[in-house]
Design a protein around this ligand. Structure first.
Ligand code: B12
Length: 281
């Protein structure tokens, strides 16, 4: 495999493996402005009790600190728009655990790359729990834009997208980000739909129902607690309000197991017991 020649095949292989979107970016650090944004967000305390977000902070901004000699990041996304949504459970949790599901596909993509070259190439597969600025990299790789709801949104596929990255020492031709324009022009539906008013200068995770029902450990403020019902695990309000998701296609993956019975769970303890092991530690 020669430098900058085989990205078409890599992308085809990624599509064959079931990824809906794939794009390539360099392993260079993310923009300084985004690094500053993240640090200010932490300083403002918006991470709440998710203390793990301030660990390994430099790695989060620089893929080469996660993999020695990293040259490229292959960014992927899986469309998980469900056939039906639940008012109680975030849509991603209606499926099998996406971390392992996506990681296995990334490992298969790495095997394909290894089979194409005699070079000794290295990889690191990242899905959610690795300290890496996934949305910033996906935007740089051309997968979509960052919407007002802070979600990586693709103009055709919307924002029911789960991200995964393969960092590699292989040098690859990078893709361009999407054309720079205001993709959310004139629309504030996500901001207005948020039951907890999280959108301001920063995304205030401390108020986010997803944070309160999945990540937060400890007492919940009474005023916030009143806003949580009917949500039991996560919240999709800012996703469901987005017009890009109205016309987006439903998840077409046959191997991403969808648990239709979770649409009908009525017992709070049952749902929390069965889903809480998917949260970060
Ligand atoms: C912590 C976390 C949370 C927290 C905090 C959310 C938040 N907005 O920060 C909580 C628990 C609340 C949460 C909730 C959800 N999460 Co979450 N979460 C993460 C995690 C682990 C880190 C996010 C982070 O760095 N936050 C810090 C803030 C400062 O980051 P930020 O606002 O995104 O800003 C960064 C970039 O977007 C960029 N940036 C900012 N502005 C702009 C503007 C432009 C133009 C550009 C190019 C870049 C850019 O710079 C910043 C620095 O990196 C990521 C996985 C990962 N490793 O990245 C998943 C992740 C963001 N979550 C994900 C999901 C699916 C969700 C939920 C939809 C789950 C649910 N239904 O309950 C909600 C959505 C909430 C929302 N609207 O953001 C997906 C999002 C996929 C997507 N399409 O964007 C991710 C990427 C996991 C994955 N691998 O798929 N999450």
């Amino acid at each position: 495999m020669t430098e900058h020649t085989s990205t078409v095949e890599i992308k085809q292989q990624a599509k064959n493996l079931g990824f809906d979107l794939v794009g390539i970016t360099s392993a260079d650090p993310i923009d300084t402005a985004q690094i500053e944004h993240f640090k200010k967000w932490l300083n403002a305390g918006c991470q709440g009790t998710m203390n793990w977000l301030s660990n390994n902070i430099e790695k989060r901004f620089d893929p080469a600190l996660l993999l020695d000699g990293a040259k490229s990041v292959i960014c992927t996304a899986i469309n998980y728009k469900p056939p039906k949504t639940s008012a109680q459970i975030a849509s991603y949790a209606l499926y099998e655990d996406y971390h392992d599901f996506i990681k296995n596909k990334l490992f298969k993509l790495a095997d394909f790359l290894k089979s194409q070259t005699s070079q000794d190439i290295k990889f690191k597969a990242c899905v959610d729990s690795v300290p890496l600025a996934e949305r910033a990299l996906a935007a740089r790789a051309g997968l979509g834009f960052i919407g007002k709801n802070h979600l990586l949104t693709n103009p055709q596929l919307g924002s029911f997208l789960l991200l995964g990255e393969l960092i590699t020492t292989l040098p690859l031709e990078p893709d361009e980000p999407l054309e720079k324009k205001d993709y959310c022009k004139g629309c504030s539906k996500c901001i207005n739909a948020c039951p907890a008013n999280v959108f301001g200068n920063f995304f205030d995770a401390r108020k986010c129902i997803s944070y309160l029902t999945i990540e937060h450990k400890g007492e919940i403020d009474k005023e916030l607690a009143a806003k949580i019902k009917p949500h039991l695990f996560g919240c999709d309000a800012c996703i469901l309000a987005c017009p890009y998701n109205e016309k987006a296609p439903v998840c077409k993956s046959e191997d991403f197991k969808f648990y239709a019975d979770r649409l009908n769970i009525s017992d709070e303890d049952e749902i929390r017991r069965s889903l809480l092991d998917t949260r970060h530690s």
